[in-house]
Ligand binder design. Structure first.
Ligand SMILES: [Zn+2]
Length: 130
């Protein structure tokens, strides 16, 4: 039975940097995960989850993340970012009656945003910054 190793964050970040330096753009999270695993592979076989690759990419500061979403019918309030788990900021507007109304939510960490009808992330595009 093959044995897999779990890379640490520094190994993943270094592999990501090499992948994005040569590819410039990777148009799905699954592909990015495969490239990173391939980059890490030496005498040992590494395994890493797609969500973890996304989180390291967001933290790296060298990758622009494009989030492609579909709209869902859900309208309940949202606290956590579905992309990076950071706390979402409420986007509000003043009403003519002097109150405020929530228009949607925004994530300062990864750039995700949604209106009152939730936008559900379905695909990610990772591009080298600069
Ligand atoms: Zn986020």
């Amino acid at each position: 039975m093959p044995r897999y190793r779990i890379p640490d964050d520094e190994q993943v970040a270094a592999a990501l940097e090499r992948v994005i330096a040569t590819k410039r753009e990777v148009d799905s999270q699954r592909k990015l995960k495969r490239f990173v695993e391939k980059e890490l592979q030496g005498e040992e076989v590494f395994r890493i989850g797609e969500v973890r690759v996304r989180h390291v990419a967001i933290d790296s500061g060298i990758i622009d993340l494009k989030i492609i979403c579909r709209e869902s019918g859900k309208t309940r309030s949202m606290a956590k970012c579905p992309v990076c788990t950071a706390r979402l900021k409420r986007v509000r507007n003043m009403t003519v009656w002097g109150g405020t109304v929530t228009l949607g939510y925004h994530c300062e960490r990864c750039g995700y945003w949604t209106g009152i009808k939730h936008r559900i992330p379905v695909r990610y595009v990772f591009t080298r910054r600069g």
